[in-house]
Design a protein around this ligand. Structure first.
Ligand SMILES: Cc1cc2nc3c(=O)[nH]c(=O)nc-3n(C[C@H](O)[C@H](O)[C@H](O)COP(=O)(O)O)c2cc1C
Length: 355
C-alpha cells in the first residue's frame, strides 16, 4: 500500500501545486467518511492498527499515541475519517474568532528532496461560529472513537492587546465540541502572533482562558477542558523556562512542541523565506525542545511531540526524549495515508512492558 502511494498517488499529487493537492486529499478523506464500516474494513486488511497501545492523558483515553497535527483539517471537514487511517487523535484548526481568507496564494511549497514544506497560509478558516455549527452536526463527545482537539488562534484583524478576547470568544463557541483545546501562539504567519509567547502577554492570555474554562465547568457541572499550549521551535532556553513556569502556574495541562520554524538550514537557503518550515529538517530542532521541556519539567508536564516525523523511528525518538504522544503532518504528505498506522504500531511495540 505504501508502494501504491509512493509510485502512483504521490507522483500524481505532486503534479498539482501543494494547496490543490492538499484539497484533493481532504476531499478524498471526506469521501471515505461516507463508506460504511470503513474502520472495520481497514482493520481487516491491516491498514489500520488493530492492537495499539492506548494512552491515558489529561483525563482522556487515546486509542494510540499518534495524532493528526493542526492545519490539515482547518475547517473541521474531514476529521471523522482520520480515525479510519489509524490516528489516535485529531487536532482541527487553527480556528479564529472571525472568518478570514488567509494570505495570498501560492502559500504552500514542497521540497521533496528534503521531505520538507514551507507554508504561509495565515489561518484561512470559516471562523468559530460557522465551524461550531458544523461540529454540532458531527459525532459529539462520547460518540467518537478518538479524542478531538480544537486548535484556536488570533484573528488577523484583532490587535495584540485584545488577543485574549479573541481566544476567549472562540473558546466559548467551540468548547462544547472539544475533548481538549490547543492554544496556538506559535504560527509565523499571523503578524505579531508569536509575541504572545512573551511573558507579559502569555500570563494574561492563559489566565483569561482558564477563568472562562472554570466558569464553564461550574455552570455545566462538568470537568474543565484540558488546555495545551502550542509553541514554536525557535525559542531560547530562557523563553522556554518562562513558558514552563507560566503553563504550570496557569494550570494548563500540557504543551504541543513544536510548530513550524522560521529558520532555514543552509541546504534550504533558497527556499521560500516567508513562512514556517516543516518536515524532516525540523526534526532535530523539535526533538531538542521536547528534550529540554521534559527535563526541566521533570516529566510532570505531558508533551505532544510534533516536527519532522518522516520515519517510524523518528516518533520513537520523540517518546525517548519524554513526549507522551506525537503528531504528524508533513510526513504523511511524503509517506502517504497509511504512514500514521505504521507509526502507531511501531510505538505500541516501543511502549510494550515486558516485565
Ligand atoms: C501546510 C501546513 C499548515 C499548517 N497549519 C497549521 C495551523 O493552522 N495551526 C497550527 O497550529 N499548526 C499548523 N501547522 C503546523 C503543524 O501542525 C505541525 O506542528 C508542524 O508542521 C510540524 O510537524 P510536521 O513536520 O509533521 O509537519 C501547519 C503545517 C503545515 C505543513
Amino acid at each position: 500500500m505504501d508502494l501504491l502511494y509512493e509510485k502512483i498517488l504521490r507522483p500524481y499529487f505532486f503534479t498539482k501545486d501543494a494547496e490543490t493537492a492538499h484539497d484533493y486529499a481532504l476531499n478524498a478523506l471526506r469521501l471515505l467518511d461516507a463508506v460504511p464500516f470503513l474502520p472495520q474494513i481497514m482493520e481487516r486488511y491491516h491498514l489500520r492498527p488493530r492492537h495499539s497501545q492506548r494512552v491515558r492523558l489529561f483525563g482522556l483515553d487515546f486509542p494510540n499515541a499518534v495524532g493528526l497535527a493542526a492545519g490539515f483539517d482547518k475547517n473541521a471537514l474531514a476529521w471523522p475519517a482520520a480515525g479510519a487511517l489509524g490516528f489516535g487523535h485529531v487536532e482541527i484548526g487553527t480556528i479564529t474568532l472571525h472568518e478570514q481568507p488567509g494570505n495570498e496564494k501560492p502559500r504552500v511549497f514542497r521540497y521533496p528532496k528534503y521531505e520538507a514544506a514551507v507554508n504561509r497560509y495565515g489561518f484561512p478558516n470559516a471562523g468559530a461560529e460557522k465551524i461550531a455549527r458544523r461540529l454540532a452536526a458531527a459525532p459529539g463527545k462520547g460518540k467518537r472513537s478518538f479524542p478531538l482537539g480544537i486548535n484556536i488562534g488570533k484573528s488577523k484583524v484583532t490587535p495584540l492587546d485584545e488577543a485574549h478576547l479573541d481566544y476567549v470568544g472562540s473558546f466559548r463557541l467551540l468548547a462544547d465540541y472539544a475533548d481538549f483545546m490547543v492554544v496556538n501562539i506559535s504560527s509565523p504567519n499571523t503578524p505579531g502572533l508569536r509575541e504572545l509567547q512573551g511573558r507579559d502577554y502569555l500570563v494574561d492570555l492563559l489566565k483569561a482562558l482558564q477563568v472562562e474554562n472554570q466558569d464553564r465547568a461550574q455552570r455545566l457541572d462538568t470537568a474543565p477542558l484540558p488546555f495545551l499550549l502550542k509553541i514554536a521551535p525557535d525559542l531560547n532556553f530562557t523563553q522556554l523556562d518562562d513558558i514552563l513556569r507560566i503553563v504550570e502556574e496557569s494550570g494548563f495541562n500540557g504543551i504541543v512542541a513544536t510548530n513550524t520554524t522560521i529558520s532555514r538550514p543552509d541546504y534550504l537557503a533558497d527556499a521560500e523565506r516567508t513562512g514556517g518550515l516543516s518536515g524532516r529538517p525540523l526534526l532535530e530542532k523539535s526533538l531538542g525542545i521536547v528534550r529540554y521541556l521534559a527535563r526541566e519539567s521533570k516529566g510532570r508536564l505531558p508533551i505532544i511531540g510534533s516536527g519532522g516525523i518522516c520515519q517510524v523511528e523518528d516518533a520513537g525518538r520523540f517518546m525517548d526524549e519524554g513526549a507522551s504522544m506525537v503528531q504528524i503532518y508533513t510526513g504523511m504528505v511524503y509517506r502517504g495515508p497509511f504512514f500514521p498506522a505504521r507509526v502507531a504500531r511501531a510505538l505500541a511495540w516501543h511502549q510494550r512492558d515486558w516485565a
